[in-house]
Design a protein around this ligand. Structure first.
Ligand SMILES: [Fe+2]
Length: 471
């Protein structure tokens, strides 16, 4: 991959695929555990048509790649998320929208941004929801066929936008989400959907500037919002220019809000400037005085735009190559004293962390963090199984020329411990131009995969993955 290429995200392991296919009875090296019954699915940006203007990794239409596992056998399929924007461009036979690196056409009757639903997938109420990083509407996907069911309105109860990275509370079955709008106040809002599938709470927040909000965390009783000093320039947005600046002299703000509050009782904490794409988890504990302390783990980036600290040039082009240096951190927010603190747990860069989702919102021990390769863009050459109590990590390397994705934890059928289960990811072999799904025993990741499912096509390097169990 050339760092000078403006088409870097259309090349090498990012190169889109242009056919929709279904393949049964895939070849397996090793043995797929019989207790695995469901699908490993990943959401990838994959432009339907040749992009107009500059293309960024964040721009492509959402395409889901899925590996169905049942009784030790595997099948593969890929399908586009049939968003309204996808349909409009399909009908036009060409790209209508330009990506985020290009100016906004203020005279266009179309929305400024195309909701591609290309970012995340979450299992909720027997469906998969495909969501978008810039906050749009969730699209419901059949977890077996990967066909789009339609825009998910939660029985017409959803009246606000809905961003990637909602969280399911495994205890209550609620879906906690956030959304944002870079163009007008309130820039940030949150919400809760009951396990029956209706919006039960909404909250909103007046922030100074529209941040690049990307994730939240939940504990048993609280939602943690991240208002970090990497902002869209609101004036420039009005002029049709997407400029992003990182303000290293401004604090990172963390809002801890009772889950069903409307925002009024959100308690804000400040720490030194940083950016966080992804959290791992959060939980509550008590200090010696009986105050509630919310503890959150995440991958923290000290400076997300390191090349432009002293530049007056627009920063967006520097966002082009995501060269991130995120490290594992623990944050503590004391609701009684109002104090916040942070500490670094490891010094190896990782991103796209996952944990055992059955313990989301509760104190847990392990996370599975893809390891950042020494490349011009964000790519993963292995993963680390972290013991968050000690900060010690067990490294797994994929080997030369092999690039992984998000490492999803899938529990055993009757788990006896937190790490009783499997870790899975898609792997791409650059030289062979082929992909596979690798399945590790989560207790013994250093032993190598228990199964390699060979996929008769290349799956591009993409965004977030999920396990969709057969119910
Ligand atoms: Fe993300």
């Amino acid at each position: 991959m050339s760092i000078n290429s403006l088409f870097a995200y259309l090349e090498d392991v990012y190169r889109p695929v242009n056919d929709i296919r279904t393949d049964a009875d895939l070849k397996v090296i090793g043995q797929i555990p019989f207790e695995l019954c469901g699908a490993y699915v990943q959401n990838n940006p994959n432009p339907q048509f040749q992009p107009e203007g500059l293309y960024h990794w964040f721009d492509g239409d959402g395409m889901i790649h899925g590996l169905q596992l049942q009784e030790g056998k595997a099948s593969y399929r890929n399908r586009y998320v049939q968003t309204n924007g996808y349909q409009q461009e399909k009908n036009a036979g060409k790209a209508i929208w330009k990506g985020i690196l290009n100016p906004i056409d203020l005279d266009s009757p179309l929305a400024a941004d195309k909701d591609t639903a290309n970012t995340d997938l979450i299992s909720f109420n027997g469906k998969l929801l495909a969501t978008w990083w810039l906050s749009g509407q969730p699209y419901a996907i059949d977890p077996i066929t990967l066909e789009t069911i339609g825009m998910e309105t939660f029985d017409k109860s959803l009246s606000v936008s809905f961003a990637a990275h909602p969280k399911v509370d495994p205890r209550t079955g609620e879906l906690v989400f956030f959304g944002y709008n870079p163009y007008q106040q309130p820039y940030l809002h949150g919400g809760v959907i009951s396990k029956e599938g209706r919006v039960t709470s909404l909250s909103s927040f007046q922030c100074d500037k529209p941040s690049l909000f990307h994730d939240i965390a939940i504990s048993e009783n609280y939602t943690i919002f991240l208002d970090l000093p990497m902002n869209w320039d609101p004036k420039k947005l009005q002029e049709g220019q997407r400029r992003v600046r990182f303000h290293k002299d401004k604090p990172a703000r963390f809002g801890v809000m009772p889950r069903h509050d409307d925002g009024t009782n959100c308690q804000w904490f400040e720490l030194p400037a940083c950016y966080i794409y992804h959290t791992i988890n959060a939980y509550e504990e008590e200090d010696a005085q009986g105050n509630t302390v919310v503890v959150m783990t995440a991958c923290r980036i000290e400076n997300p735009l390191p090349d432009c600290e002293h530049s007056k040039e627009p920063e967006i082009p520097r966002l082009f190559f995501l060269r991130l240096h995120p490290f594992l951190y623990e944050f503590r927010f004391n609701l009684g004293t109002g104090e916040a603190s942070q500490r670094q747990l490891d010094d190896y860069p990782t991103e796209f962390p996952r944990t055992n989702d059955a313990l989301l919102g509760q104190k847990q021990r392990y996370s599975y963090n893809p390891r950042i390769a020494k490349e011009p863009t964000l790519l993963f050459d292995g993963f680390i199984k972290y013991d968050l109590h000690s900060g010690v990590g067990e490294h797994v390397s994929y080997g030369p020329g092999r690039i992984g994705g998000e490492t999803v934890f899938v529990p055993s059928a009757n788990p006896q411990s937190e790490d009783d289960g499997y870790v899975m990811t898609f792997l791409r072999d650059r030289e062979a131009d082929q992909s596979e799904l690798v399945i590790y025993n989560a207790k013994q990741v250093s032993d190598g995969p228990v199964a390699r499912v060979l996929i008769p096509r290349r799956v591009p390097f993409g965004f977030h993955a999920e396990w969709a169990p057969h119910i």
